[in-house]
Design a protein around this ligand. Structure first.
Ligand SMILES: Nc1ncnc2c1ncn2[C@@H]1O[C@H](COP(=O)(O)OP(=O)(O)OP(=O)(O)O)[C@@H](O)[C@H]1O
Ligand SMILES: [Mg+2]
Length: 141
């Protein structure tokens, strides 16, 4: 468990968590509205030298980005937001299983609790809790 006092510390921690666990390939983010799930994703996207801004994929559910960094084995980042999903079927129809199997793709999933039933065992779970406007508690499992 870690506590960060502001967004800068949060982004630094996000990068550490990513660096330590990147071989797992699938990052599941949990936490209420405005907890920092998209911010977490943006910190990683920046480190991967992804061009342009990484915005919330809420309305598209899945957004794909090309990874430019030569230091990383993955070719694509898939930023997934399950907030609007009614059930697992919708994301399965969008090719979720294929992405899970694709070794060249890094997956970051916001509101992963919504698709709990179909998440692979090999993954990293990151729980973000709002303590106050700037403070966050982060638990990695
Ligand atoms: N320590 C912190 N870590 C992360 N975000 C912080 C922190 N302190 C303040 N913030 C603010 O909290 C907000 C987090 O928003 P963000 O979009 O990342 O949340 P989210 O979990 O993706 O929300 P949603 O469920 O709506 O997708 C941002 O406005 C950010 O500036
Ligand atoms: Mg978000």
């Amino acid at each position: 468990m870690s506590i960060v006092n502001n967004q800068i510390e949060f982004k630094e921690l996000a990068l550490k968590i990513f660096t330590r666990n990147k071989k797992k390939r699938i990052f599941c983010l949990y936490g209420g509205l405005g907890a920092g799930k998209t911010t977490f994703t943006q910190a990683i996207a920046k480190a991967l030298k992804i061009e342009g801004t990484v915005t919330s994929p809420t309305f598209n559910i899945i957004k794909q980005y090309k990874i430019q960094s030569s230091k990383i084995d993955y070719k694509n980042l898939y930023h997934i937001d399950c907030y609007r999903l009614e059930d697992e079927k919708e994301i399965l129809n969008l090719g979720f299983r294929e992405l899970v199997e694709d070794k060249a793709s890094l997956l970051i999933i916001e509101w992963a609790d919504k698709i709990n039933k179909i998440l692979p065992k090999k993954r990293i779970d990151v729980y973000i809790k709002i303590l106050d406007n700037f403070k966050r508690e982060i638990i990695v499992k």
